[in-house]
Design a binder for this molecule. Structure first.
Ligand SMILES: O=C(O)C1=C[C@@H](OP(=O)(O)O)[C@@H](O)[C@H](O)C1
Ligand SMILES: C=C(OP(=O)(O)O)C(=O)O
Length: 429
């Protein structure tokens, strides 16, 4: 486990940068092209550890995938061409791989076992196992089928109507993929809007689905066809730089080609409500995904209340928004965010402990936190908790801390943003 000590700096964030490809879309691009017939080319693929777990899973199922830097060529042989893996699939730290692959493994005529690292092994899998069983899936796992490792005796599933009880794009996507492999029609009714990349990208592979309000319907027995995909920059990675440029006085930063899908732009909405100086300009669509540049200039921030429908739209950005809130005028309240407890670590506890250690005043609540603004961060030594987003939050905090900030176990940042420190150094001037 490697630590990093970040010295206080007088520098500002200046110039133009790009962030790596979107993690959610990268996972989906490999999954859909791995199931497809024909050869797909993927560019600007996120080569973070999580997405490489999805690549490995398909290689284990016999799909040839060539990688050159951030370009992948996936030689799909169709759903029927997938072979049974001879050893257990390792999903590492990746919740998205575990949930989306579960939907597929349940519905293929293969026997598969899958496991994850210590963090993933604690995260709930019953949210996909229970509804998949309603479609006829044969899945067993630890703690009454709630936890990894899981074993899938894949079989033909029956289309069903699912009324979701969690706001989760991973659960929605797992059930839509299972529905694509099943007999008949599958309908997923969301509890609230979550990221819609599955719905946006599947049609690019020739798969039809019908979206009507909160209900998404997919007809079973569809075979995806190869497609060439370019991945937009990840707004969840850009978030660290959006907040950094907002809170480091004198900053003026442009982040190019960021995915600005309306189900993912909550960070921009929230920061603007806090008084951040942010301009966005959608200049292209990659497939159906809007892409644009984001310009951020430092500004005085004010507190806000974050809750309800906006939460799923910025769920992964809450740690870095909490850091911004320590610098705002007034008290920020975050509610309806109990899902944070089921991420790579309990992110309510991790954010509160980390920001408190760095000198801020933050309290945990049942479903979120209360952050008192106007804090002068002191610096100190904090743990990443093996959670990439907590590690990057600590690194951004160092930019406004009086003393050095040490981040213990910084390597987890490679999960979603392997070039994070390099990019940070490049824009600090
Ligand atoms: O579908 C996806 O790609 C993701 C959905 C979210 O998880 P949940 O579906 O558990 O909310 C998010 O936190 C995760 O980083 C990626
Ligand atoms: C929660 C996250 O990812 P996953 O669920 O795929 O592990 C994340 O990237 O913040």
């Amino acid at each position: 486990m490697t630590d990093i000590q970040l010295q206080p700096t007088q520098k500002q964030l200046q110039g133009t940068m790009s962030v790596p490809g979107d993690k959610s879309i990268s996972h989906r691009s490999v999954i859909f092209s791995g199931l497809a017939e024909g050869t797909s080319h993927i560019t600007n693929f996120l080569t973070g550890e999580d997405c490489l777990r999805t690549v490995e899973a398909f290689r284990e199922m016999g799909v040839r995938i060539d990688q050159q830097d951030d370009r992948l060529t996936v030689y799909g042989r169709g759903i029927q061409g997938l072979k049974e893996p001879s050893s257990p699939l390792n999903f590492g730290n990746s919740g998205t791989t575990a949930r989306l692959m579960s939907g597929i493994l349940a519905g293929l005529p293969l026997f598969t076992t899958a496991f994850g690292d210590a963090s993933l092994s604690k995260r709930p899998m019953d949210r996909v196992v229970v509804p998949l069983k309603q479609m006829g899936a044969d899945i067993t796992g630890r703690d009454e089928n709630r936890l990894l490792p899981l074993a899938f005796r894949g079989r033909k599933l029956e289309g069903t109507v699912h009324e979701l009880t969690v706001r989760s794009a991973q659960v929605k996507s797992a059930l839509l993929l299972a529905g694509m492999l099943a007999d008949g029609e599958t309908k997923v009714v969301e509890l609230g809007q979550t990221r819609n990349h599955t719905e946006m990208l599947l049609p690019e592979f020739g798969v039809n689905l019908n979206v009507e309000g909160a209900a998404i319907t997919i007809e079973g027995g569809q075979q995806p066809q190869a497609s060439d995909i370019k991945i937009p920059g990840d707004i969840s990675s850009a978030a660290f730089f959006i907040v950094a440029a907002s809170i480091v006085p004198g900053s003026d930063l442009i982040i190019k080609d960021v995915g600005l899908n309306a189900t993912r732009d909550g960070i921009i909405q929230a920061m603007k409500k806090m008084g951040a100086d942010i301009e966005t300009d959608i200049h292209t669509y990659i497939g159906r995904e809007p892409v644009g540049d984001v310009r951020v200039r430092s500004s005085r921030l004010k507190a806000l209340q974050l809750d309800g429908e906006l939460i799923p739209n910025l769920i992964d950005e809450i740690p870095i928004i909490a850091l911004a809130a320590t610098q705002a005028e007034g008290t920020t309240v975050i509610k309806d965010a109990e899902e944070l407890k089921f991420k790579e670590t309990d992110r309510i506890e991790a954010v509160v402990t980390t920001l408190t250690k760095l000198g801020a005043e933050v309290e945990a609540t049942e479903d979120g936190m209360v952050i008192h603004g106007g804090a002068s961060l002191t610096g100190g030594s904090v743990h990443s908790y093996g959670d990439h987003r907590i590690g990057m939050m600590g690194a951004v905090a160092s930019l406004i801390s009086a003393e050095p900030v040490t981040i213990q176990d910084k390597d987890c940042i490679n999960i979603s943003y392997p070039s994070f420190f390099e990019h940070l150094n490049e824009v600090l001037r």
